[in-house]
Design a protein around this ligand. Structure first.
Ligand code: SF4
Length: 252
């Protein structure tokens, strides 16, 4: 469990880590490889029942298999009994990647339902999995669950419409291209939009233009969608940075 440095949530929770999408700008892969144990998994996905510990210091080792997909069973009840907060689930993974076994997702949902005082924010680059799970009746309709889609360019797969059963949001981060003025279809039924620029020093890093962000904000405003701009846009917006939350995620 990490205290979050991600400014749109209160905490992150990683019962699953690792991801096979291979995004060039991925910060999570760098962290997992740096602090990982470099153990070779026996399979394409791994389950860890008890935390691995450093034999000398007793310190917990959070990434036994680096960035290879891993379910950490011992983390499933980490937020039971804690004060309510907005939790980004699996900031170090894509819980809805094609490679993730269905029972992992169901175990995570079950753990969420055992601690209903929190709001849970999921994020995927594979929104088709939401549709598949919806069809199979496996995607929870709990009002404290928010199903997000992560996009970086207008060519990425956009969320399905959710049939008005789910809280949906869009994370446009890192913003790598101008979405222009014609993405309105993609915003249908979306309840929140997060926008952020790429950070770090990657070769080929894209610095967004202010007009790209303005285009998204204009479309969100036309649909009354709250917009949260990440700190990474402060250079473009200064004190005008929008920090809006949808009603269900505002904490008193
Ligand atoms: S989807 Fe997220 S976690 Fe997976 S490789 Fe891309 S940036 Fe990293």
């Amino acid at each position: 469990m990490l205290n979050s440095r991600i400014d749109w949530c209160d905490s992150t929770w990683n019962p699953v880590t690792g991801c096979n999408h291979g995004c060039e700008y991925c910060y999570a892969r760098g962290i997992a490889n740096r602090f990982g144990c470099h153990a070779t998994p026996n399979d394409k996905v791994s389950v860890v029942i008890h935390p691995w510990e450093d034999s000398e210091t007793g310190r917990k080792l959070p990434y036994p298999y680096d960035f290879s997909p891993t379910l950490h069973k011992y983390r499933l009840n980490e937020y039971e009994g804690k004060k309510g907060r907005n939790i980004f689930v699996c900031s170090m993974a894509d819980l809805f990647g094609d490679w993730v076994p269905l029972d992992w997702q169901l175990e995570v949902f079950k753990a969420c339902q055992k601690a209903p005082q929190h709001n849970y924010l999921f994020l995927t680059k594979n929104p088709g999995m939401y549709a598949v799970m919806d069809e199979q009746g496996e995607l929870p309709t709990d009002s404290n669950m928010w199903f997000g889609t992560s996009v970086t360019t207008p060519d990425d797969p956009f969320p399905y419409n959710g049939k008005n059963k789910y809280n949906l949001f869009l994370s446009i981060e890192p913003l790598l291209a101008d979405f222009g003025a014609g993405s309105e279809g993609a915003l249908k039924d979306i309840g929140w939009v997060i926008i952020g620029a790429e950070t770090g020093h990657r070769n080929g890093k894209v610095v967004p233009e202010k007009s790209w962000v303005d285009n998204i904000v204009t479309q969100c405003k036309a649909h009354n969608i709250p917009v949260f701009m990440k700190e990474s846009l402060r250079a473009l917006y200064g004190d005008e940075l929008l920090r809006e939350f949808p009603k269900g995620l505002i904490r008193g």
